[in-house]
Design a protein around this ligand. Sequence first.
Ligand code: ZN
Length: 290
Amino acid sequence: MPLPRGLPVVDHHCHLSPSGEGVAAAARFRAAGGTHLFLTTQSYGPTAPRTREEYRVQFETTEKLAHEIAERVGVTTFLVVAPYPIDLVAASAELGGAAALAAHLEALDLAGVWVREHRAVALGEVGRAHFPISEEAGRLIEAAFRHALEVARDVDCPVVVHSADLDAAGYRELAGLARAVGVRPERLVKHFARGRVEPDERDGVVPSYLARRELVRDVLSDRGPWFLETDFLDDPRRPGAVLDLTTVPRRATAIAAGGESAAARLAVPFLDSVRQVYGLDLTAPRPGGA
Ligand SMILES: [Zn+2]
C-alpha cells in the first residue's frame, strides 16, 4: 500500500548546509516520499557567531536555503531559528560571560522578531548542554534558556528544546520551568527523543522521536502529540552521526505497507501534532499528487 493520498510526510528536525549536500539532500527526501521539513538553523562557519549581526547572517543563510528547496525541489520548509545554546561555551571563554550572554540574548530577541514576522515558526534549538560543562557556562546557558522561553511566551510560539535524554522527572522539570515563565508545556518540543515516554509521563511536553526503526514502530500507538525527526546534520565530516534525510519517508512507507490502520496512525505525527503544536494545517495535496 502506498502512502495515503493527502498525507504529508514530515521530518520535524533537520539541518542543511549550503556547504554540505544542501538542496540535493532535500531532493532525495522528496524522492523518498517526503513533503515537509522543519529546517533548524545551525552555525555554518568554522566558529559559531559571536554577535547578533552574525546570527542574523546565519538565520538568513538558513532562510535562503529554505527558499531554494521550495523553488527547486517543491518541498515545503518551516524555519526554526535561535542561537544554539552550546555556542555560549566557546563564546564566553573568548568574550567573557557577560558579553557573550548579552549577544546571545540579543540573538534570541532577533529569533523572536523572525517568528513575529512569520519568517520562522518556532525558536530552536534552545535549551541545555548534553555533556558536562563548567558551572559558569551552565549558569549562562540556563539564563539563555529562560530568556528563550520568555521570548516564546511574548511572541506565542513553540520552542524546540535541545537537552540530554529525559526521563519522566526530566519532562516534568522542563514543564515546570515553562509554566514558571508563563509558557504552556504543550508549546515545548523535546527534540532528539530516543526512548518512548508515555503521554502521562511527559507533563504536556511533546517528544520529537528520532526515527529509528524500532522506536517508530513502538511509538506508533502513542496518542500524541509527537513528531518524527532525523536531526540530519548535512556535515560531510560527520557521516552517519545522525539519520539520513530519507529516513522519515522510508519509515512512513514501510508502515503504510502494513495496512490501512497502521497507515492511519501516521496522521498523528504528520498532521495532528503539527496542527496542535504549530497551528499549521498540512492537508494540502502531496507534491506530484501521488
Ligand atoms: Zn539539531
